[in-house]
Ligand binder design. Structure first.
Ligand code: FAD
Length: 305
C-alpha cells in the first residue's frame, strides 16, 4: 500500500516540488546520490574503486521530452567516459543508461543514435554500457535497441526484471556467449497482467532466472541486496564454477555498503551502481518505495532540523 503511494508520488510534479524544497531533503539525497556534478561522480568513483569495488555510473534523468535534452544527456555521458578513462578509472567503471533519457519516449531512432554514440565512447574508453530497464511498456523497445547496438558493440548489456512474467523467456534468449545481463527484481508499479505481485512470487522468479543465466553462456550480473538471493547466487557460482571474471554482484550506492565490502573481500566482483546529477527525484522515490523503513531515515532527518 505504502509502496503504491510512494510510487504514485514519484510521478507527481506537485509532490516533487514539495520534496525538492524541503530543508531535510539534502541529507537523504546525499545518502543515495554521489552529488550533482561530474566532479562529484568522479570523486565517489575513485573512492569506491580504491575500496576494491567496480562501479556503474548513472547520470540521473528520465522521461526526457525534447531532442535537446536527449542530446545533452548523450554529451554528458560521452564527456564522463572520456574523463573516467583519463583518470585511469576504466575498465573498473562503466556506465548505465536509461533510454528514456535519450529520447525513447518520442523518437526511438534518436534514442538509438544517442545510445550508439555512448557505446562508441565507452569502447574508446575501454569500458562497457548497460541499458537500464524502465516500465514494461518500454521492454520490447529497449530489447530491440539492445539487439541493434550489440551488432557493433557486442559488450552492451541490458537489465531484466524478475517481476515480469516474460523475463524467464528473455533470460533464455540472452543467456548466450558475450551477452551481459543484469538481473534485478524490478522497481516500477506494474499490473498483474504482466508482473508477479507478491514478494514470494518475485523471489521465486528471480531464482529461476538466475539459474538460467548462471547455467548459460553469458555474463550474469546479479543486482540485489536480498541476503537470501545473494546466498543462492554464491551457491550457483560454486555449482557452475563461475569465478570473479565470469559473473558479478551489483548493489546500489548507499545500500548495504558493508555487504558490498564483505563480498568484495571474499574475492567476488562487486559493482556499485552510482547515480549522480540534479534530477534525483524519481530515483530517490523508487528507493523509498522499495524500503519504507528508509522513511524513518527521512523522518529522523526532519526531526533533527
Ligand atoms: P528487496 O526485497 O527490495 O530488498 C532486500 C533487502 O535489501 C531488504 O530487506 C534490505 O535489507 C535491503 N534493501 C533493499 N532496498 C533497500 C533500500 N532502498 N534501502 C535500504 N535497504 C534496502 N530496477 C529496475 O526496474 N530497472 C533497473 O534498470 C534497475 N537497475 C538496478 C541496478 C542495480 C545495480 C540494482 C542493485 C538494482 C536495480 N534496480 C533496477 C532496482 C531493483 O529492481 C530493486 O527495486 C531493488 O534492487 C530492490 O530489490 P532487492 O533485490 O534489493 O530486494
Amino acid at each position: 500500500m505504502l509502496r503504491t503511494v510512494i510510487l504514485a508520488a514519484s510521478r507527481s510534479p506537485q509532490v516533487e516540488r514539495l520534496v525538492a524544497t524541503a530543508p531535510f531533503t539534502r541529507d537523504l539525497v546525499r545518502r543515495f546520490v554521489a552529488g550533482a556534478k561530474t566532479d562529484d561522480a568522479l570523486r565517489a568513483t575513485r573512492e569506491l574503486v580504491d575500496d576494491g569495488l567496480a562501479v556503474t555510473l548513472d547520470n540521473l534523468g528520465e522521461d526526457t521530452v525534447t531532442p535537446e535534452q536527449a542530446t545533452a544527456t548523450r554529451d554528458e555521458y560521452v564527456g564522463l567516459l572520456r574523463r573516467l578513462a583519463g583518470a585511469g578509472l576504466t575498465p573498473a567503471a562503466e556506465v548505465s543508461v536509461k533510454l528514456s533519457a535519450l529520447g525513447q519516449m518520442f523518437d526511438e531512432q534518436l534514442a538509438y543514435d544517442n545510445a550508439r554514440a555512448i557505446c562508441a565512447a565507452a569502447e574508446e574508453a575501454g569500458t562497457t554500457v548497460t541499458l537500464d530497464m524502465e516500465d514494461h511498456t518500454t521492454t520490447d523497445s529497449t530489447l530491440d535497441i539492445l539487439a541493434k547496438l550489440r551488432k557493433d558493440h557486442p559488450s552492451t548489456g541490458a537489465v531484466l526484471q524478475a517481476y515480469l512474467r516474460r523475463t524467464e523467456s528473455d533470460c533464455r534468449e540472452l543467456a548466450t556467449a558475450g551477452s551481459r545481463v543484469r538481473l534485478c527484481k524490478g522497481a516500477y508499479k506494474e499490473p498483474e497482467s504482466v508482473a508477479y505481485q507478491s514478494a514470494r512470487e518475485v523471489d521465486k522468479s528471480y531464482v529461476r532466472c538466475m539459474n538460467i543465466l548462471m547455467s548459460g553462456d553469458g555474463y550474469p550480473m546479479l543486482a540485489t541486496h536480498d541476503p537470501r538471493l545473494i546466498a543462492i547466487g554464491e551457491d550457483r557460482a560454486r555449482w557452475f564454477d563461475r569465478g570473479p571474471e565470469r559473473f558479478e554482484f551489483q548493489m546500489l550506492y548507499g545500500i548495504r555498503p558493508e555487504e558490498q565490502a564483505r563480498l568484495a573481500g571474499e574475492g567476488y566482483t562487486v559493482r556499485t551502481y552510482l547515480p549522480y546529477g540534479e534530477d534525483w527525484y524519481g530515483y530517490l522515490m523508487r528507493r523509498l518505495a522499495e524500503r519504507p523503513a528508509n522513511l524513518m531515515f527521512f523522518g529522523r532527518a526532519v526531526l533533527s532540523k
